[in-house]
Every structure is written in structure tokens, then in C-alpha cells.
Design a protein around this ligand. Structure first.
Ligand code: PBG
Length: 325
């Protein structure tokens, strides 16, 4: 008595497995987040994210060249200012660190390397929130929108081809689109952090950008509740209606259901952010010899693609792109 169905037949050799693979992972599917810090002469390692740095302008360009050579799909820049204030004005100052770095990147690569900018205030505010505060300490959604518009124009003027609003204010995509259009930046792409959850997995990122929310606060009044799935459908649809060109889900691994839902519902490109904590967990377990870090990184990035993401923001981008190319 022989089994009539033999799925294993198609798994016998590498050539057969490659032929029937449903999912691909290529360097161009990976976008590399990079941190640039103001007033630094040497790159400083981020302890909770082994292999990642707060870059100086010089080391930023060096790392961007390596990523470009490995064929990554793009880079996304985060600025770490040396001075913060309650408005986060460094985020829209033409001479703020992100704008200085964007101009340097643009001069170096022009359009050969896709340059994106994270668009938020939290790295620049003294209180660490993604928006400006009312006297009672709550985040003022609508006042924040005006500032996001200014950040978008500053980043586009400095050379960002894509701006990526990550602050989860209602109406942020519409406000940014209209600010960009009014300033003549009709071709600047908006990649919206559309479904962004209030996650414990952003822990290492706080060290990367030096952000501490004062008074032990959190972002639960603007980032999504991990218990909610349908809410993401609404968030993403609103962003598309307001003019988002690409929508993102963040974090990635714990929200693959959301990635899959949005892929089925929307016809815009979908991205997912494999965040700092997801990176740190793999690095930490690998450093202990408990898992094979490269293998697990590859497996997770492939799983995110399988769930429906067109591309992935990941701190593994340069490293994995090098092994793929
Ligand atoms: C907000 C922002 C955050 C991340 C990207 N953009 C932090 C937050 O929302 O608290 C997290 C990225 C990561 O953890 O890798 N500017």
C-alpha cells in the first residue's frame, strides 16, 4: 500500500525546492534603517543592537556605500539631535542633523540609492512624545500636524525621495501630502506607518535615538493596541484615502495577520518593519549560541514576505543583502 499523495517528492533536492518556492527574498526587498547623530566624530555602537551604530556623517556615508554595493532597496534615516526642545524643532530646522545628512546622502548618491526619511518628532522633543503637548500633558493631534508638514518639507528640500510618517497622529498623511504639494514636492513619496502598534519591541530603538518619555509615559494614546486587528484595516484605508503611496505594518513578526489582511485589502505596496527588538532578540540568542542567527533572520524575513509584504525595513538589510547577492 503506497501513499497516493507525496508532497515530499518536491522537497528532495535543492533544485526542486528552488523551482517550487512560493516566496523570494532579494536584496532589493530590504530597506536599511540608519541613525546619524549630531556632533559626532566617531560612530558609537548601539549596545542593544549589536552591529548597529549611531553614525557620524562620515561613517553614515561609508555604511550607505556598503549597503548600496550589497544592492539594498533603500535606506531610511533617523536623526539624533544634540539639543531637544518641547516643539522638536530640530526635526524641521533646515540645519537639523537629519537634513544635513540627507543633503550629504543626496549629493553622494543622487537617485542611485533610494533615500527615505523617518518623519516624527520624538527624537527631537525634550519630553520624548511624537507630538506637541497640551498644558495637561496630553498629545495635541492637530497642532502636531502643522509641524509634521514642516518636517516633510524640510526633509524633501534636503533630498529625501520618500518621507515616512511614524507618529500615528490622525490625519497626518493628508496634512503631509498637502504641505508637500503646496511646496512643489508633488513627487515626494509618502510611506505611512499605517498600522503601528504600541509595542515592547521598540526597546532597543530608544537607546539608538536617545529617547526617554518623561514621567514614565507611553504611546498608548496614539499607537495601536496589540489586541486589535480590524482597527488596522481602518487605519490603513484612511492613510490610502489621504494619499499614502505605500503603507507599513510595524512591528512585523507579531503582526503577520495584519500584513496578510492589508495585502488582501489594498492595492498599494505594503511594507513591514522588523523592529529593533526583533533584531536584538535574534542577535542575543545567536551570541549565546542558542540559535543560528543568520538562519533565523533569513527565516523571519522570508516569512514577512510570505505574509504579503513587498519589502521589509530591517537592521539586517546590509548583512543579509550581502549573503544574498
Ligand atoms: C518613532 C519611531 C519609533 C520606531 C521607528 N519610528 C519608536 C516608537 O514609535 O516608539 C521604532 C523602530 C524600532 O524599534 O526599530 N519615531
Amino acid at each position: 500500500m503506497f501513499p497516493t499523495e507525496r508532497p515530499r517528492r518536491l522537497r528532495r533536492t535543492p533544485a526542486l525546492r528552488r523551482l517550487v518556492a512560493e516566496t523570494t527574498l532579494s536584496p532589493e526587498d530590504l530597506v536599511y534603517p540608519l541613525f546619524v547623530a549630531e556632533g559626532m566624530s566617531e560612530p558609537r555602537p548601539i549596545l542593544a543592537m549589536p552591529g548597529q551604530f549611531q553614525h557620524s556623517l562620515e561613517s553614515l556615508l561609508r555604511e550607505a556605500h556598503r549597503a548600496h554595493a550589497a544592492g539594498v532597496g533603500g535606506i531610511i534615516l533617523f536623526g539624533v539631535p544634540s539639543v531637544k526642545d518641547d516643539q522638536g524643532s530640530g526635526a524641521f530646522d533646515p540645519n537639523g542633523i537629519a537634513q544635513v545628512a540627507l543633503r550629504a546622502l543626496r549629493e553622494e548618491f543622487d537617485d542611485d540609492l533610494l533615500i527615505m526619511a523617518d518623519l516624527c518628532l520624538d527624537e527631537y522633543t525634550s519630553h520624548g512624545h511624537c507630538g506637541v503637548l497640551r498644558p495637561d500633558g496630553s498629545v495635541d493631534n492637530d497642532q502636531t500636524l502643522d509641524l509634521y508638514g514642516r518636517v516633510a518639507v524640510a526633509q524633501a528640500s534636503a533630498g529625501a525621495a520618500v518621507v515616512a510618517p511614524s507618529g500615528m497622529m490622525d490625519g497626518q498623511v493628508g496634512a503631509i501630502r498637502s504641505a508637500l504639494d503646496s511646496a512643489g514636492f508633488t513627487d515626494t513619496v509618502i510611506m505611512a506607518y499605517a498600522a503601528k502598534y504600541a509595542s515592547g519591541l521598540y526597546g532597543p530603538f530608544r537607546e539608538a535615538v536617545g529617547v526617554e518619555i518623561t514621567g514614565g509615559g507611553n504611546r498608548k494614546s496614539y499607537q495601536q493596541d496589540p489586541r486589535n486587528r480590524r482597527e488596522s484595516w481602518r487605519e490603513a484605508q484612511l492613510d490610502v484615502d489621504e494619499g499614502a503611496d505605500i503603507v507599513m505594518v510595524k512591528p512585523a513578526m507579531s503582526y503577520l495577520d495584519v500584513v496578510s489582511d492589508l495585502r488582501a485589502q489594498l492595492d498599494v505596496p505594503i511594507s513591514a518593519y522588523h523592529v529593533s527588538g526583533e533584531y536584538a532578540m535574534i542577535k542575543a540568542a545567536a551570541a549565546n549560541g542558542w540559535i543560528d542567527g543568520d538562519l533565523v533572520a533569513m527565516e523571519q524575513l522570508t516569512a514577512i514576505r510570505r505574509a504579503g509584504a513587498d519589502f521589509i525595513l530591517t537592521y539586517f538589510a546590509r548583512e543579509i543583502a550581502e549573503t544574498l547577492s
